[in-house]
Write a protein that binds this ligand. Structure first.
Ligand SMILES: Nc1ncnc2c1ncn2[C@@H]1O[C@H](COP(=O)(O)OP(=O)(O)OP(=O)(O)O)[C@@H](O)[C@H]1O
Length: 307
């Protein structure tokens, strides 16, 4: 179990993490999802005692990380898969980590096998592909057989076979009753791996729900609109004034979120613009994510500049 209460981190003027409170229970894979720079790594670093909170607290199994007697046996982490001595073999890298934490050789062999690197045990880590480096990072995180696993972007750069593998591994680890937390900025990737999602935007929580609930929650109407003549500037202004969001697609069409087709055609008629296409869209996951994390708000500001 990981618990955060009012967790806050400020770097000078930057509020990287803003009053986060959450509970991450064992037995499920929890995804920590947010765009680049939203505060995921900073939060993970605070969980692992690598950064001190400016305010609030975070505990692992009821204790601050720094107070855990043998941290590696309780929490396994991978923050940077490339943080390995490049000339060390995979085996020696794990053996050194194991020795300094009082963990025997047999566990090194076991984790190498678990992540599918037993055939590459004597290969230097510096020659590893990103996918292999991720596997080695996960092996290191699992060395102490911890009940809590924290992985920063573990699926980053994995090919489809690697994605399939990591999904299975994390599911199995959660199925054994472990707490599994992983971060990603890639929504689709996360919806395939995580049972539960904590979504953050600009350091704050914007959603904390099961993946299923989150995917069902977005019932905002979206309509693709094409104006017969011109770019539809006046229609864009009118829909923004009516409280909707507008996004201009690469081919010049407008994607309107927050108004249905009937309202849009009424606004177009009132502004004297002819519409050549009005197609309701199925909610896209990316849009849900953008809306939740505030990227949509930024877009709305851009749309507002057309006034
Ligand atoms: N050591 C630091 N000094 C100053 N600012 C920092 C530091 N670490 C992070 N930040 C800032 O804090 C904010 C959150 O960064 P963080 O790395 O936690 O986000 P993230 O969600 O993990 O992003 P990414 O997906 O790109 O890894 C960003 O604005 C970042 O520039």
């Amino acid at each position: 179990m990981i618990e955060a209460l009012g967790l806050t981190k400020r770097y000078g003027d930057v509020l990287a993490v803003d009053d986060l409170s959450f509970r991450i229970p064992p037995g499920q894979v929890t995804g920590f999802l947010g765009p680049n720079g939203s505060g995921k790594t900073t939060t993970m670093r605070m969980i692992l005692g690598l950064d001190r909170p400016s305010a609030g607290s975070v505990t692992v199994n009821g204790h601050r990380y720094v107070d855990l007697p043998v941290p590696m046996r309780e929490v396994g982490a991978m923050l940077d898969a490339r943080a390995v001595h490049p000339r060390r073999t995979a085996y020696n890298h794990l053996r050194c980590l194991a020795r300094s934490n009082g963990i025997g050789r047999s566990r090194v062999d076991a984790v190498l096998e678990l992540v599918g690197l037993d055939g590459a045990a004597d290969t230097r880590a510096g020659t590893f592909s990103l996918g292999m480096a991720q596997r080695l990072g996960i092996a290191a995180a699992l060395l102490g057989d911890p009940g809590v696993l924290i992985l920063d972007e573990p699926a980053n750069g994995l090919d489809p076979e690697g994605m399939h593998w990591i999904r299975g591994l994390l599911r199995d680890l959660a199925g054994e009753g472990r707490t599994v937390l992983l971060s990603s900025h890639a929504l689709n990737e996360m919806t395939h791996i995580a049972d539960h999602l904590i979504v953050i935007g600009r350091g704050s929580i914007v959603a904390d729900a099961s993946t299923e609930q989150l995917l069902k929650s977005d019932d905002t109407p979206r309509v693709l609109v094409r104006v017969a003549d011109g770019y539809g500037e006046s229609l864009s202004r009118a829909v923004v004034e009516a409280g909707a969001d507008v996004r201009r697609m690469a081919d010049g069409a407008l994607l309107v979120s927050g108004l249905d087709s009937t309202r849009i055609s009424a606004l177009a008629a009132a502004g004297g613009e002819d519409i050549s296409e009005l197609t309701p869209q199925v909610a896209s996951l990316e849009e849900t994510f953008m809306r939740l994390t505030g990227a949509y708000v930024d877009y709305r500001a851009v749309a507002g500049e057309w006034r």
